[in-house]
Design a protein around this ligand. Structure first.
Ligand code: AMP
Length: 172
């Protein structure tokens, strides 16, 4: 990590299991300058073509998504883990290293053709983001772009998102 924001990100080796280098954004959002600089950079990416709505991925995507939605004066849609959303949902299941996971969104979360900015803290293998793209499109949204604070380049997650616009602030 060499970019400006990397100094705010704490790296914990072997968490949650041996071999994983965990990128901890609690230190970034806990620092007023770090959090604001992150939001400034995200906002600048879209100032000429702002989204109609932001879709935040549970749970760290909610933090950046909520703050950014306030800056753009747009709404926030929650993409949540299975069983958390109370109304009718679409769901998408994707493979994890061990087993699978399911994400959901309310069927009425988007108006048809709304331009949606998807946001999460980190792009790793891309499974989570690809499932979110499918959910947004199922629910009638049009994916404007995907934003990440951090991208783990060596996992090539963006290959699963070919054809979509992807921005990451810190590459490692
Ligand atoms: P993936 O579906 O593999 O792209 O994983 C992305 C999701 O897992 C994001 O929501 C991240 O918050 C989390 N994640 C994966 N790898 C890491 C890591 N090394 N450090 C922190 N979070 C991670």
């Amino acid at each position: 990590m060499s970019q400006e924001l990397s100094k705010y990100i704490r790296v914990i080796e072997d968490f949650p299991k041996p071999g994983i280098s965990f990128k901890d954004i609690t230190t970034l959002i806990g620092d007023p300058e770090g959090f604001q600089k992150t939001l400034d950079e995200l906002e600048a990416l879209h100032k000429d073509n702002p989204p109609d709505v932001i879709a935040g991925i549970e749970s760290r995507g909610f933090i950046f998504g909520a703050a950014l939605a306030d800056r753009f004066g747009c709404g926030l849609v929650l993409v949540r883990k299975l069983g958390k959303l109370p109304a009718k949902t679409f769901s998408e299941t994707y493979e994890l290293e061990y087993g699978s996971a399911t994400l959901e969104v309310h069927t009425d979360a988007f108006e048809s053709g709304q331009r949606v900015l998807i946001i999460d803290d980190l792009l790793a293998t891309g499974g989570t983001a690809a499932a979110t793209v499918r959910l947004v499109e199922k629910a009638g949204g049009e994916v404007l772009a995907l934003d990440f604070v951090i991208e783990l380049d060596f996992l090539a997650g963006r290959d699963k998102l070919a054809g979509y616009t992807i921005y990451s602030l810190v590459h490692t």
